[in-house]
Design a protein around this ligand. Structure first.
Ligand code: AKG
Ligand code: FE2
Length: 523
């Protein structure tokens, strides 16, 4: 689960450095061995040549006679020993010992990283060819992917039954293969995956065409031969059905077919967008807040009534009015951020979510990040940040949860959710005895170069992470009901690393503190 967190990935570079060192050592040992063998070979050639010039003269010399025998006994033995000696064993053994000490990614990590890349591809509408060129949203970030790299991505998708992405990446692998001078994948392998996934995607004609192409390269390919029969059968069955439909004697009348097809197209165009589509649109920053709302938003310096902040007023910016979402700039300092990151790294666990039916905490693909909980007494910096929450919000932190620190890795995200517990949820915060999560303070502890916004799809709000800033909002209406418009999400990180801290404030203790001026809903 390394891919869930960028901080852990840094250790992989250390692992790689050690592997590189080991590989260099192995190459050097092999080169020395080859050099030695070459010396022997040269000596054999030289002596043999001399002997061939004058066989009798050469052998009449007792020293030569002795040397010839020696070359074919002890010398040759040594050559043989060198030839069978497996210098690699020691090096591989070394690596095996490292495995217990160093971090090595697993196959699950490889799949996770591939899935994350696909998620980014979908969310940010990145076309496969650009990603393969190492480009993300028009910015060149990395080296290009080879046909072999694309093939591997396709294979990862295939293994989890994601034929849509398999087709995209295998097609890209094929294009790259054709252009590659030193081939990094086998065309027949690419075609096999591409054909079968294309079939799974519903295009049997194209699957057949690709399989024929594969059979041109490997005419005896058993699976391809089997699939071809199957595809042909499929096509034949389909055309039989079509015929039955056409002469009007069987089930579906042709008029009906075209009518339902038209309906289908209409429906497709008119279909309401799903929350997921809206969420992704916000992540791409394609939404627009109506001017009637945005023109009312203000910025101000404020002390929020706190004696502490009177000395150092904070920059408060309204991101939305109803529900009220406020951004405070420069309210967590670099030194505090560093301390918090350092404290949380050894405590990181894959973030969990509460199963609303069972009440159990579990990992889920819709929340991918690593998180840790920090207590006030871990470090004065943690305590200081918590006190600042109190100063800024005017709410008590005595009933708040500990500070939750989160780091999002490649494609790390958290799909739309509420921070408060719904009535039908089991066990939600019950054990805490402090009521529901009345408000959220979300500290941004890093900038994110691309992606990673916090978005509120219901109200067209997207907050771009800004190091040192914090977002604040009430999750509950004054009457304790959850505010459905606070539904929000953390968009996948496209490039960079995203660090945030959450402070969740609870209802108990706020009875006289929730400032009325901040609540627009008096329901
Ligand atoms: O990381 C973000 O932008 C939001 C995180 C969030 O909503 C949460 O952890 O509950
Ligand atoms: Fe949240």
């Amino acid at each position: 689960e390394l891919y869930t967190c960028l901080a852990d990935m840094e250790e992989l570079l250390e692992t790689e450095a050690l592997l590189m060192q080991t590989l260099d050592g192995y190459i050097q040992a092999q080169e020395e061995k080859l050099q030695m063998l070459r010396r022997h070979a040269a000596e054999y050639a030289r002596e043999h040549e001399e002997a061939s010039q004058d066989v009798q003269g050469y052998l009449s010399n007792p020293i030569n006679a002795y040397l010839l025998v020696k070359r074919l006994t002890t010398d040759w033995k040594e050559v043989e020993t060198q030839m069978v000696d497996d210098a690699g064993k020691v090096f591989v053994q070394n690596i095996t010992t490292f495995r217990n000490v160093l971090k090595f990614p697993s196959d699950e990590d490889l799949n996770g990283a591939a899935v994350a890349l696909m998620r980014l591809q979908d969310t940010y509408k990145l076309d496969t060819a650009s990603v393969a060129r190492g480009e993300l949203n028009g910015v060149q970030y990395s080296t290009e992917l080879s046909a072999g790299d694309c093939f591997e991505l396709g294979r990862q998708s295939y293994n989890i039954g994601d034929y849509y992405h398999t087709v995209l990446w295998m097609a890209e692998a094929l294009e790259r293969y054709e252009e590659e001078y030193n081939k990094t994948a086998a065309k027949s392998d690419i075609l096999e995956y591409l054909a079968f996934s294309t079939y799974k995607q519903g295009n049997v004609h194209r699957a057949l065409k690709l399989t024929n192409e594969l059979l041109e390269i490997v005419p005896t390919h058993q699976r391809a031969l089997g699939n071809k029969v199957y595809y042909l059968q499929d096509i034949e069955n389909a055309s039989k059905e079509q015929k039955r439909g056409d002469d009007g004697t069987e089930s579906v009348h042709s008029d009906q077919v075209s009518l339902s097809y038209r309906n289908c197209v209409l429906k497709k165009n008119k279909q309401p967008l799903h929350e997921r589509d809206i969420y992704e649109m916000h992540c791409r920053m394609e939404h627009v807040m109506p001017a009637a709302i945005s023109s009312k938003l203000k910025c101000r310096y404020t002390d929020r009534g706190s004696p502490f902040l009177r000395l150092a007023r904070v920059k408060e910016e309204e991101a939305y009015l109803k529900p009220l979402i406020l951004i405070y700039h420069d309210v967590i300092y670099d030194a505090e951020i560093e301390t918090i990151k350092k404290l949380s790294m050894p405590r990181f666990k894959r973030a969990t979510v509460q199963n609303s039916k069972t009440g159990e905490l579990e990992t889920a693909n819709y929340r991918i990040s690593k998180s840790a909980w920090l207590r006030d007494d871990f470090h004065p910096h943690v305590a200081a940040v918590n006190r600042r929450v109190e100063d800024i919000t005017g709410l008590t932190i005595t009933t708040a949860e500990e500070l939750q620190v989160v780091n999002y890795g490649i494609g790390g995200h958290y799909e739309p959710h509420f921070d408060f517990a719904r009535k039908d949820e089991r066990n939600a915060f019950k054990s805490l005895g402090t009521g529901n999560r009345i408000a959220t303070v979300l500290f941004y502890m890093s900038d994110v170069s691309q992606g990673g916004a916090t978005v509120f799809p219901q109200i067209n709000v997207a907050l771009r992470p800004e190091k040192g800033a914090a977002a604040f909002w009430y999750n509950l209406h004054p009457n304790g009901e959850g505010d459905m418009e606070t539904r929000h999400a953390a968009c996948p990180v496209l490039t960079g690393s995203k660090w945030v801290s959450n402070k969740w404030l609870h209802e108990r203790g706020q009875e006289f503190r929730r400032p009325c001026g901040l609540t627009f809903d008096a329901d």
